[in-house]
Ligand binder design. Structure first.
Ligand SMILES: Cc1ncc(COP(=O)(O)O)c(C=O)c1O
Length: 365
């Protein structure tokens, strides 16, 4: 039998959640049809619900966040166009270069704290009208921002990017894989947060706990085009109502509880603050993601080694986290982690931090 490598307390990502009993029942009871022919009634219900929640005309259910983002890019650009995104954007780092491989676009990466950038930064990234330059066509932001530590973009910052995009005749996409967390943390309606955007992707398979699925929302023409491209890419699914039922169940039962995940993240953040040899990076924890930078005064190479060693040491104490490859360790909270497990993970973290401090002391003797 295959060995399971899942840690007892799994904080590596919020993608590791498993469907609850109630969700599995909803999946089993789903009404289904052929979604590529006349339509699957549960998928249609999910699409209508998400479009309404986000205040857009239409939505399309897709297998993954990667496909939702790719469809947003493919439907709003032409080959040879350029996209502007943050230098830590998921679409750039972790989506296999689909913007280039499928959409034929280049991407201009811009800096900014915690995954956020300003209208001025956007303006400076725009190519001027010249035969030597690819035309800038699309700006994409990520809310919450994964590598920015689950950072929530403030409303006025999103509005400012939106009005700048409009003025510069750019399309505006929001990668909202964790938009639900941004909504709970800010208290703002989702439709208000994404109001200036042309398209938004959302995921049901992260903190919401569904096993599969994401959606792209936008105007009818863009989503109609996305339906063709989803088919071309092999992402059209037949009796997908069993999956949509899980997503609908998550929308009904798993949004408000994200506040618990945020509280759990703040509990660990306190432990990180008190731990020798590390700092929170970024310093504010707003949602369900905690990043700790190891040995901030040392070289990046030493930080990276320390992060690997710290993650391994936590793993040996039953708590899984990710060493990000940039000197930081990431812990993500989700519905698969109980309050007791958070306490255990905090205790394990404290113990490993003491070990790290002791080994540093040894090294200086
Ligand atoms: C911000 C962000 N966008 C998009 C994705 C891609 O989602 P998927 O893994 O469903 O393709 C992820 C996945 O973790 C993510 O964190």
């Amino acid at each position: 039998m295959a060995q399971s490598h899942e840690p007892r307390i799994d904080l590596r990502s919020d993608t590791v959640t498993k469907p609850t009993e109630a969700m599995r029942r909803a999946m089993a009871e789903a009404e289904v049809g052929d979604d590529v022919q006349e339509g699957d009634p549960t998928v249609r219900a999910l699409e209508a619900r998400v479009a309404e929640m986000l205040g857009k005309a239409a939505a399309i259910f897709v297998p993954s966040g990667t496909m939702a983002n790719l469809l947003a890019i493919k439907t709003q650009t032409s080959p040879g166009d350029e996209i502007v995104a943050h230098e830590q954007a998921h679409i750039f780092h972790w989506e296999t270069g689909g913007y280039a491989a499928v959409a034929g676009c280049s991407i201009r990466l811009v800096p900014g704290d915690s995954g956020e950038f300003t209208p001025l930064t956007l303006r400076r990234a725009i190519r001027f009208e010249d035969q030597h330059c690819p035309p800038t066509r699309l700006v994409s932001i990520e809310n919450t921002h994964n590598k920015g530590g689950g950072h929530v973009w403030p409303l006025d910052a999103i509005d400012d990017i939106g009005s700048t995009a409009k003025e510069l005749d750019l399309r505006f996409h929001i990668d909202g894989a964790r938009l639900w967390n941004a909504g709970v943390a800010s208290g703002e309606p989702l439709s208000r947060i994404v109001q200036p955007a042309n398209t938004v992707s959302v995921c049901f398979s992260k903190g919401l706990g569904a096993p599969v699925g994401s959606a792209l929302v936008g105007d009818r023409t863009t989503i109609g085009l996305a339906r063709r491209w989803r088919k071309l890419l092999g992402g059209s699914m037949r009796q997908a109502g069993v999956l949509a039922a899980a997503a609908l169940h998550a929308l009904d039962h798993h949004i408000d509880r994200l506040a618990e995940d945020h509280e759990h993240a703040r509990m660990l953040a306190e432990v990180v603050r008190e731990s020798p040899g590390m700092v929170l990076d970024p310093q504010a924890v707003q949602t369900n993601i905690v990043f700790a930078r190891m040995l901030p005064d040392e070289s990046l190479e030493t930080q990276m080694r320390a992060a690997d060693a710290f993650a391994q040491s936590l793993e040996s104490r039953g708590t899984g986290v990710l060493s990000e490859g940039d000197g930081r360790v990431r812990a993500v909270f989700h519905l698969g982690v109980s309050r007791d497990q958070v306490m255990d993970a905090c205790a394990a973290w404290r113990a490993c931090a003491q070990d790290l401090a002791a080994s540093l002391l040894d090294a200086t003797r």
